[in-house]
Design a protein around this ligand. Structure first.
Ligand code: CO
Length: 494
């Protein structure tokens, strides 16, 4: 058997999970040649929240990072995380924008595209997969892992089969909440390999303390690769550390060989960078948080949720609200608790407890019920659907969400020309997603769009509840209850 391959995430998920995605290209470049010489099968460098933070907080041209890393680390393929039809945003984009984004990204130097949809709706993945194949790059279809009565191993295997049919060259299991257990990891990896014959990668987070053990189980079940990071951008809410993973595979016939002296050098270098990013790191991210396992909600969601409940004067009812979450999830077709769905589900659970079940129906929850985010994993509750139709006056969407969107690339190019901004393909796709931030960056190169937010450290605990994790890993969501609007932080998908 071949050694299990390691992918390294320190240049993307590592700092997204541990330092609010604030690592600059200049902080990556000194480590790139060492990372390139190690024998990692892939370096994850881009996508997720990196493009948003490059524009908004770092004053960097996002595509330049890919090109510079390509020069500094030419041997190892670079990978990115792509949110299917949402690209690297939270809303749905027309197919032509998705295709152009993939083309630009492939041209810049990304070889592997990890493509996912929060609802695991294949229709939200197909255009991106096709575009990656057209560009001659690797489409790695990701299965978003979550637990619910509908999310059985069989259901995930069926989805893996669909990903292969749609043209994925590899399959990834994306366990963003870090809740996959070693037993399930082994069953899924073994099952997907047998069914598809494709390379399988497990991507998990050490948030609840399960990831490294699940990686060992996945290795024994024949996973092609597992994804690790480098301490201190490792463990906790990030991927397990590379050296730690090597030790856990000691004596395992699939243990790979890595130069431990170079790993020590990398650790020393990234410790320096971690200190430079101290404003964005938090002890809460560094530790294993078993609350995730007790409450069956992602750790980041729980810590923010406590703050939100306090805001609504409902701190003492947290147990009732948490108990209501499975009911809401079931009514919403067991949507996975990933951004932005996690916060929508949490808020609806809170409303149900405060006002009675479905007496106060949030518009965002209604959107999920009406299919505006895509097809839910299981059918939505009939009575809740009837209520949503009655309140909104709309029928459920039965087509793919992007089917209602017209091609927009040439229109965007015209808008850029009118504003006197660049009209290149890269400009078009960045402007499509981040119009305000892109325009500010071009008009004032090197500037930081939002200097206050760029320097915001982790919030101090307002009560006995744990502090929310630092901004930047989060999106802000406005929630209005009986005329009172509060702002909730929504945990980033990574
Ligand atoms: Co991740």
């Amino acid at each position: 058997m071949k050694p299990v391959a390691f992918h390294n995430t320190v240049l993307r998920d590592g700092h997204q999970s541990m330092a609010a995605t604030r690592m600059k290209t200049s902080q990556m470049l000194p480590a790139a040649p060492i990372l390139d010489s190690m024998g990692f099968r892939m370096l994850e460098t881009w996508g997720g929240a990196t493009i948003d933070t490059s524009l908004r907080f770092l004053g960097e041209q996002p595509f330049d990072r890919v090109r510079e890393l390509r020069k500094a680390a030419p041997k190892t393929p670079q990978g990115m995380l792509l949110r299917g039809q949402n690209i690297v945003q939270y809303k749905c984009f027309p197919d032509d924008v998705v295709e152009l984004f993939v083309k630009c990204t492939a041209d810049a130097g990304i070889e592997v595209f990890r493509i996912f949809d929060g609802l695991n709706d294949p229709r939200n993945l197909a255009p991106a997969i096709a575009a990656v194949n057209k560009a001659g790059k690797v489409a790695r279809g990701e299965i978003c892992y979550t637990t619910s009565p509908t999310h059985t191993v069989e259901a995930f295997l069926k989805f893996a089969g669909e990903l292969k049919e749609m043209g994925c060259a590899e399959i990834g299991i994306k366990d963003m909440s870090g809740v996959i257990t070693p037993r399930v990891a082994a069953e899924l990896v073994g099952g997907i390999r047998k069914l598809t014959g494709l390379p399988v990668t497990l991507h998990s987070h050490e948030t609840a303390g399960l990831a490294a053990a699940s990686y060992v189980a996945a290795t024994d079940a024949g996973a092609t690769a597992i994804e690790t990071s480098i301490t201190p951008f490792a463990n906790g809410t990030s991927q397990p550390d590379t050296l730690r993973m090597l030790a856990l595979l000691d004596g395992n016939p699939r243990q790979p060989t890595f130069d431990r002296k170079k790993l020590a050098e990398l650790r020393e270098y990234f410790t320096k960078v971690y200190k430079e990013l101290a404003a964005f790191t938090a002890h809460a991210n560094e530790v294993v948080d078993s609350d995730t396992l007790v409450y069956q909600v992602p750790g980041g969601m729980l810590s923010n949720f406590r703050v939100q409940l306090k805001d609504m004067g409902m701190s003492e009812r947290i147990d009732e609200v948490l108990a209501e979450i499975p009911h809401v999830r079931e009514c919403l077709g067991w949507a996975p608790l990933v951004t932005p769905i996690s916060q929508i589900v949490g808020t609806q659970a809170m409303l149900n407890v405060k006002f009675g079940r479905w007496k106060n129906f949030s518009p965002a929850a209604m959107d999920i019920v009406l299919g505006n985010y895509g097809r839910t994993p299981a059918p939505v509750d009939k009575e809740v659907l009837a209520l949503a139709e009655k309140i909104s006056g709309k029928s459920p969407m039965t087509t793919r969400p992007a089917d209602s969107l017209k091609p927009n690339v040439e229109n965007l190019r015209k808008q850029l020309a009118e504003k006197g901004l660049p009209t290149t393909d890269e400009a078009v796709v960045l402007y499509a997603m981040f119009p305000v931030e892109y325009e500010k960056l071009i008009k004032n190169p090197g500037s930081i769009v939002d200097p206050a937010a760029a320097k915001t450290p982790a919030a101090a605990p307002a009560s006995a509840a744990p502090a929310p994790r630092p901004a930047g890993r989060h999106q802000r969501l406005q929630i209005t209850v009986n005329g009172k609007t509060s702002e909730a932080l929504v945990e980033e998908v990574h």
